[in-house]
Every structure is written in structure tokens, then in C-alpha cells.
Design a protein around this ligand. Sequence first.
Ligand SMILES: NC(=O)c1ccc[n+]([C@@H]2O[C@H](COP(=O)([O-])OP(=O)(O)OC[C@H]3O[C@@H](n4cnc5c(N)ncnc54)[C@H](OP(=O)(O)O)[C@@H]3O)[C@@H](O)[C@H]2O)c1
Length: 195
Amino acid sequence: MGHPTCVYVRPIKPDADCSRLELFKSFESMGVTVIQGELDDHKKLVSVLKQVDVVISTFAVPQHLEQLKIINAMKEAGNIKRFVPSEFGNEVDRVSGLPPFQALLDNKKKIRRTTEEAGIPFTYVSANSFAAYFVDYLLHPHDKSDQVTLYGTGEAREKDLEASQLYPDYNFTCVDEFLNIFLVNPPKPKLAAFA
Ligand SMILES: NC(=O)c1ccc[n+]([C@@H]2O[C@H](COP(=O)([O-])OP(=O)(O)OC[C@H]3O[C@@H](n4cnc5c(N)ncnc54)[C@H](OP(=O)(O)O)[C@@H]3O)[C@@H](O)[C@H]2O)c1
């Protein structure tokens, strides 16, 4: 990455997946220092953080609030010049969602507010949502359920913006078509999705 770089990873077990071991080896061959440790090992976390200027977190969705432990440790270390929390999605202070998605947004917001209150300089990376992630994961395409939950009345509110309004020249009816249009040859939207 052009700077001395450490990655703090969960302890590598002897029966760890080969691809995981290969990944760490490839990091080390690039000069990255791989440090094994638990997130709950506050003392160790602080001692590692004291050696770095910038902290980039890539925690997965269920672990977002675990970043509170990193913030506590950064406060104690007192030397961190920039924190990039695990965001890489929607601009959470400007969007709202249905309850399960709102819970995810709320966790990211909590991490933002705690970072700001701790006085740690930060950068929030908002990349919006990746269509492939939604289709493959969030839409639960592999679930076998006969029931669908509709929140509220199911009626769109007046201020809601339908995706079809962004790309009025396109109609898509199936996932393949959707992916072809938006991933292979994306058109320019008529309106910005998020101002
Ligand atoms: N814009 C979008 O559409 C979009 C799509 C996907 C994700 N995202 C965002 O990107 C960020 C990363 O998500 P991701 O899906 O890429 O995450 P991921 O690949 O599932 O996991 C990221 C890291 O979290 C670590 N991790 C997972 N479970 C853990 C646990 N129980 N304890 C400690 N560490 C754990 C993993 O470490 P190991 O290597 O040890 O397993 C991995 O390096 C999230 O903030 C997510 O919201 C955005």
C-alpha cells in the first residue's frame, strides 16, 4: 500500500482453510505484517494501534458494532490520525430503509457518532449499494418460503423514488436482464440516485 502496513486478524487455527493461509502468505510476501489477536484483547489491540497512524476496518455486517471496541482502543492509544470504519455502502445519514436494512444503517450511524464523539479524525466511504450483492444475498434468492412480508400498507409514499424513474428508457423483467443492463453496460441515470 506504499506505507508499512499491518493487518490485525483473528488467530489462525491449525485447521484453517488453505485459501486463508495462502492469503496471509501473499500479504506477507508483499511486506504486510500479519498480527494475530482477538478483538477482546484490549491491551494487545492498544499496543498494535500505537504502531500505526491510519486504521481501516472491513468488518462484515453482523460485526459492525464490534468496532466500538476498536474505537475504545484508539481512544486509549491516542495517536490515530485517521479512522475509516467499515461502511462502503449507502450514505447512512441521508437514507432510510425498511426495518432490517434500517437496523444496519443505525449500526453504521452509531459507529460514526461514537467516532466523532471520541474526536478521532475519520473518512466515511460511501459507495452506494452493489446490485450483485442485493441479488445474490439480500434478496435471499436461495430461501424456500411461501410467505412475503410487506411493511406498512405496501403503498409507495409520494416522495419515494422508484428505480424505474432513474432509468425510464429501460424495462427489466428478470435478474439476468437487470445484471446485463446495470453491470455489463450501465446507462447514465436520468436522475442522481442520491443527491
Ligand atoms: N455497497 C454494498 O453493496 C456492499 C456490499 C457488501 C458489503 N458492503 C459493506 O462492506 C463492508 C465489509 O463487508 P463484507 O461483506 O465485504 O465483509 P466480509 O467479507 O464478510 O468480512 C469482512 C471481514 O470481517 C471479518 N470477520 C467476519 N466475521 C468476523 C467475526 N465474527 N469476528 C471478527 N472478524 C470477522 C473477516 O475476517 P476473516 O478473514 O477472519 O474471516 C473479513 O476479513 C461492510 O461494512 C458492508 O456493509 C457493502
